[in-house]
Design a protein around this ligand. Structure first.
Ligand code: TYC
Length: 153
């Protein structure tokens, strides 16, 4: 149990965070996707493209290639407030499992303490579920009722 905790506490948190930040940075890349669609649409309706049946299969190929590159859905890992888990422990969880800096972890913990719920990180589903299990395992080890959950972004 302790080893699993240690492993999760290792580089993976930062790695995931980096990946997430990268994704967030590219959030506006939706525009890129739109552009692709737009380019294809304008080509299809452009004046110099002859209306022939082959165009249909060309469209199919383009659609398939684009879906192959689509990002998998992202899931928020939520932490819930309770009256018993010490603030320091929640900060530790946010640092060790979610790769947050001490300052960010403290901010998130306080937001949860005041608002009842907060986002610890955003991941693909399998990673998000692993993080939730790690939170519950660590909290259970210490006898704290801290709860985490997953919600589609
Ligand atoms: N409310 C807790 C306290 O006062 C602190 C806390 C913060 C607990 C965030 C859970 O997700 C949580 N000790």
């Amino acid at each position: 149990m302790a080893r699993v905790w240690a492993d999760l506490a290792g580089g993976t948190g930062g790695e995931h965070r980096d990946a997430r930040e990268g994704r967030e940075g590219r959030g506006s890349r939706e525009g890129g996707k739109g552009q692709g669609g737009h380019a294809r649409a304008s080509r299809a309706s452009g004046p110099d493209v002859p209306q022939d049946p082959g165009r249909e299969s060309e469209g199919d190929v383009a659609t398939r290639q684009r879906s192959k590159l689509e990002r998998p859905p992202r899931y928020k890992v939520l932490l819930y407030n309770d009256d018993y888990t010490p603030m320091e422990f929640v900060v530790q969880i946010l640092e060790q499992i979610f790769g947050k800096s001490p300052a960010a972890a403290t901010q998130i913990m306080l937001a949860i303490h005041r608002g009842g719920i907060g986002v610890a990180g955003v991941y693909v589903l399998e990673i998000a579920e692993t993080k939730v299990a790690a939170v519950h395992s660590a909290a259970q080890d210490r006898g704290y009722p801290l709860r985490a959950g997953v919600e589609k972004e």
